[in-house]
Design a protein around this ligand. Structure first.
Ligand code: NOJ
Ligand code: CA
Length: 549
């Protein structure tokens, strides 16, 4: 772990904390039960108070909403449900006044089937846009061109009777995949990048980033020899194959190098960032997306924490593996929750969610914090008739349904949790416990999850060792504890996390004495002898230690 030294000169996206907003669910301003841009603007003061540095918005482009915005029908406008370009410009301007950066979701792999490009493409084989998507002839028996599967069930190929070919869709059949091997597609999608960067956007989160380059020969994927072992979460038949050919073709790196060059031109005026969504859990393979010369993505997103078994050994192993895989100078990042995964409080429990928050905000690297996790929102049961998520509709019962983690933000104890007017039903049900679990109540409670998140964010911001310092794991702690030191110049912080419900006694005599700065229980501070450190169940502490090195 030689190259993880503290970094003196860092960009905002390295020191900062990114807060993910799922716009449909943050705050409704106009009484239709769906969150919108004016709603986000109204909550910028809250985000500044909370202490985050950037907001990433899940897609707000015009969309038929088959996949709630990931099916884009126009890349350079705003869906009326969220507002318009003027509202977007206001959001960017006001966010910047609040010292908040704005990151847009960028969806390069597919469009909606209602996008004019696809409508043209499917209209006739000789249409100039035909090759903008991936079309292929059937096999002699009429079946799809190869065995590729959509991640939400069934073949990845949809038959188009009018033009007698199949088109490829890695996800829903209403989301056809673009053909990035066509230079005009690449240029058009780079123009989309320019459009948003020109509007002042500070970064892009690239959706399905690994999918954009496939095997040009469309070879069959081989069977998965161990289909019961999924790296991430079960996806039914999709797990029966090794996804060697339907994504991640080596040519992808040249595309991201070019993409980065485009961003770098803009970064001369103010630094922009590219984050790539990729579910790769083979860390050396994942790390390749930083680029051999750190000339591709600033940060391929690291989803290790969303699927790691929640025990100290596994979490430390994950962090150490990620650190070891990073190329020199590459900046790590951690995701603990997002709009595709069960809520962290549901995955690991309310008590451990506090430990998880301390972990997320004290690891080396940029954290992304999912809206609502700061108040400990949990998955909400969705009655069958209220299900919205297309992945749940396609694969009922298998588990990837994502509505439970996308429910409206709980602002206060008024009807509909202050998310929308009481006269309208919110687009997804509100958590039944919202009268206790909400921002207003937790703001007033100095021991709440929100108070913890707030205190940790303030501390991270004020402490270079936490924001940009080096990471060193500490051996010799009890098996249920993950202990590490963050260090910058002569500032050292020891982080001791108890990932269990049992009390723990830690003996770290070589660390000398220290001062507890904060406990996840928010009830103790002060001197401590590290030869005998007691942690209560589900407790984590940040401890100031003398710099003895
Ligand atoms: C990943 C996004 O995070 C997810 O929500 C979406 O459904 C797929 N990509 C398809 O765009
Ligand atoms: Ca609305």
């Amino acid at each position: 772990m030689g190259h993880n030294a503290g970094q003196a000169q860092t960009y905002w996206w390295q020191q900062g904390v990114i807060y993910q907003i799922y716009p449909r669910s943050f705050k409704d301003s106009n009484g239709d039960g769906i969150g919108d841009l004016p709603g986000i603007i109204a909550k910028l003061d809250y985000l500044t108070w909370l202490g985050v540095d950037a907001i990433w918005l899940s897609p707000i482009y015009p969309s038929p909403m088959v996949d709630f915005g990931y099916d884009v029908s126009n890349f350079t406008d705003i869906d009326p449900v969220f507002g318009d370009l003027a509202a977007f410009d206001t959001l960017v301007a006001q966010a910047h006044q609040h010292d908040l950066k704005v990151i847009m979701d960028y969806v390069p792999n597919h469009t909606s089937d209602r996008h004019p490009w696809f409508i043209a493409s499917r209209s006739a084989r000789h249409n100039p846009k035909r090759d903008w998507y991936i079309w292929a002839d059937p096999r002699p028996d009429g079946s799809p061109p190869n065995n590729w599967l959509a991640s939400w069930g069934g073949s990845a190929w949809e038959w188009d009777a009018a033009t007698q070919q199949y088109y490829l869709h890695s996800y829903h059949k209403a989301m056809p995949d673009l053909n990035w091997r066509n230079q005009d597609v690449k240029e058009a999608m780079f123009d989309v990048v320019r459009f948003w960067l020109d509007r002042g956007v500070d970064g892009l989160r690239i959706d399905s980033a690994q999918h954009i380059m496939k095997d040009p020969q469309l070879r069959d994927n081989p069977p998965n020899p161990n289909p019961n072992v999924t790296a991430h979460k079960p996806l039914g038949d999709y797990d029966s194959q090794l996804h060697l050919y339907d994504k991640g073709h080596p040519d992808i790196h040249a595309v991201y190098r070019e993409f980065r060059q485009l961003l770098d031109i803009y970064s001369t005026s103010s630094p922009r960032v590219a984050l790539g969504e990729m579910h790769i859990y083979d860390w050396p393979l994942w790390a390749r997306y930083y680029g051999a010369q750190l000339d591709e993505l600033h940060m391929p997103l690291n989803f290790g924490l969303v699927s790691v078994p929640w025990n100290a050994g596994a979490v430390r192993h994950l962090v150490d593996s990620v650190e070891a895989a990073l190329p020199p100078g590459a900046w790590p990042n951690y995701v603990l929750g997002n709009h595709d995964e069960p809520r962290v409080a549901t995955r690991i429990g309310q008590q451990q969610a506090r430990v998880g928050m301390m972990l997320l905000l004290t690891l080396r690297g940029t954290p992304t914090l999912y809206y609502g996790d700061e108040i400990g929102m949990h998955n909400v049961d969705i009655p069958p008739l209220s299900i919205q998520d297309p992945s749940e509709k396609n694969l009922p019962g298998i588990g990837p349904g994502r509505d439970p983690e996308r429910t409206p933000m709980q602002w206060d104890d008024s009807p509909h949790a202050g998310f929308c007017s009481s006269a309208v039903e919110p687009w997804l049900p509100i958590a039944p416990d919202y009268t206790q679990v909400n921002v207003a109540a937790q703001h007033a409670d100095r021991h709440s999850m929100l108070s913890l998140a707030h205190a940790l964010l303030q501390m991270r911001r004020a402490t270079p060792a936490l924001a940009v310092g080096s990471y060193t794991p500490i051996d010799g702690a009890p098996a249920d504890c993950f202990v590490y030191v963050r260090r910058f110049e002569n500032q050292r912080r020891l982080i001791a996390l108890n990932l269990s419900g049992d009390e723990q006694q830690l003996q770290l005599p070589t660390m000398g004495s220290g001062r507890i700065l904060i406990s996840t229980h928010l009830d103790r501070e002060g001197p401590v002898d590290l030869a005998s450190l007691h942690l209560r169940s589900d407790e984590g502490c940040i401890i100031e230690v003398e710099d003895t090195l």
